[in-house]
Design a binder for this molecule. Structure first.
Ligand code: PLP
Length: 451
């Protein structure tokens, strides 16, 4: 292979590659050539601890021998089989494994290739379900979502999304979605106490459901934590309340677990914290351990049954992706789940979550830090010019970004979400590595707020 200079790579990265969610006029290349465990290695051989799990998808570390071997073995069999009218053993076994693990009632698996498509599939299934079930309700063709929701970047998932900065531009292309305020446990509305905040948001939800249920096909929620919204955490009991109300008003519940599944919150699925079984559940990011694009939309028997009939009846779900359920991704996912058993990943988490909590508490004591919060292996905090008065820094100062740049110079990769600093390491992280990530964040915050 022709030897390409480091300089050419950086130049092409800046000028040829159009990076997602990135202002290319300001982009500074960050090029990772290799990785080992929880460390990323750049073109110059510099090492960075991965403090954001390769954007929230890595679980067991990079280059895990078990997953590497599983993908190689699958390569020796077959790399691609369409799932339109065909299948392969690895994908079938993964479907069985997911159904066995998932909350009760989710018995069927529709495979696609990323989180956006998993949500797109759920949205389309919900609409078609209401048209085809034994007593059809075709007027149910709207969706209900939370404020600041993020469910992906395809038009259906953007339609149920609600982050203006990302989504407002595309409004002419979107379908209408009803919205309830974001149930932010850490920023309760004026005059609402912490004990009442769950009830307050559920009451608001019930008002909307009471008024619009006849038109609503489904409500979409990210259980427990709204990740891309800025790691917004819901009050305890909210998800359980959502499940009870969606049942009461005959609206399907779509749980978008793309960011929170596979141990991220301390349990395999976030829904387990509140013993909730949704009607549809979307999985992607961590499913392959963060290796390969693969996603799944799990559905109940009731939904599945509404799509059964002869081909001539037209009840088929006319949706499918070329790489949906691809065997390489399925092999990585099977190995990822095997490692959960073999390395007792979930049992190791409480100690790591406690260590992260200790460190977050420490960071929270810094004078310019506010709203420090945590759910499982997700922690976030905000920088304030005046934390007591709750006055943030002007966002043009990009303080959170600067904290992350500082951390990177000290060997830790963090990526902010707007003004939020996020710590979301792979589940395989060690206690000592948690300390190093938190230390880098703390030092970065000191450097950026004490000047
Ligand atoms: C990342 C994410 C998506 C989109 O997944 P992609 O694989 O990036 O398409 C959807 N929902 C949630 C909650 C996410 O965090």
């Amino acid at each position: 292979m022709e030897k390409i200079s480091r300089q050419d790579l950086l130049e092409w990265d800046r000028t040829l590659v159009w990076h997602g969610f990135t202002q290319m006029a300001e982009y500074e290349p960050f090029v990772i050539e290799r990785a080992e465990g929880c460390e990323l290695i750049d073109l110059d051989g510099r090492r960075y601890l991965d403090g954001v799990s390769s954007l929230w998808c890595n679980i067991h570390g990079h280059r895990h021998p078990r997953i590497d071997a599983a993908v190689r073995e699958q390569l020796d069999r077959v790399a691609h089989v369409t799932n339109l009218g065909a299948s392969n053993p690895t994908t079938i076994r993964l479907a069985k494994r997911l159904v066995d693990l998932a909350p009760d009632g989710l018995q069927h698996v529709f495979f696609s290739d990323d989180g956006s498509t998993a949500v797109e599939v759920a949205v389309k299934m919900a609409l078609q379900y209401w048209r085809q079930r034994p007593d059809p309700q075709p007027e149910k063709s709207c969706y209900l979502a939370l404020g600041h929701a993020y469910h992906g970047d395809t038009l259906g998932s953007v339609s149920v999304g609600g982050i203006d900065r990302f989504h407002a531009m595309f409004r002419p292309l979107l379908f209408e979605t009803c919205r309830v305020p974001v149930p932010d446990r850490d920023r309760p509305p004026e005059g609402v106490s912490a004990e009442n905040v769950c009830r307050y948001y559920l009451d608001q939800l019930e008002e909307v459901l009471a008024q619009h249920h006849a038109r609503l096909a489904a409500m979409v929620v990210e259980p427990l934590v709204q990740a891309a919204a800025g790691m917004i955490m819901h009050p305890d009991g909210y998800l359980r309340g959502v499940r009870a109300l969606t049942r009461k008003y005959n609206v399907l519940l779509i749980a978008d677990e793309v960011a929170v599944a596979f141990g991220r919150t301390g349990r395999m699925f976030a829904c387990e914290h509140e013993q909730v079984s949704p009607d549809l559940m979307c999985l992607a990011k961590g499913m392959t351990g963060g290796y390969l694009p693969l996603a799944a939309t799990l559905a109940t028997g009731e939904i599945w049954n509404a799509f059964l009939g002869t081909a001539a009846e037209g009840k088929t779900f006319y949706h499918g992706h070329t790489y949906g359920g691809n065997p390489l991704g399925a092999a990585a996912a099977m190995a990822t789940l095997d490692i959960f058993d073999e390395e007792r990943t979930l049992e190791q988490l409480p100690a790591k979550i406690a260590r992260l909590a200790e460190r977050v508490e420490r960071i929270a004591r810094l004078p310019h830090v506010g709203r420090a919060r945590q759910c499982g292996m997700i922690a976030a905090m905000e920088l304030f010019e005046d934390a007591v008065a709750g006055r943030p820094y002007p966002s043009a100062e990009r303080r959170a970004q600067r904290v992350c740049e500082h951390a990177r110079r000290h060997g830790v990769w963090l990526r902010p979400l707007g003004d939020e600093i996020v710590l979301m390491p792979p589940l395989a992280i060690s206690l000592e590595q948690i300390d190093r990530i938190a230390e880098a964040a703390e030092q970065g915050i000191r450097a950026v707020t004490e000047t």
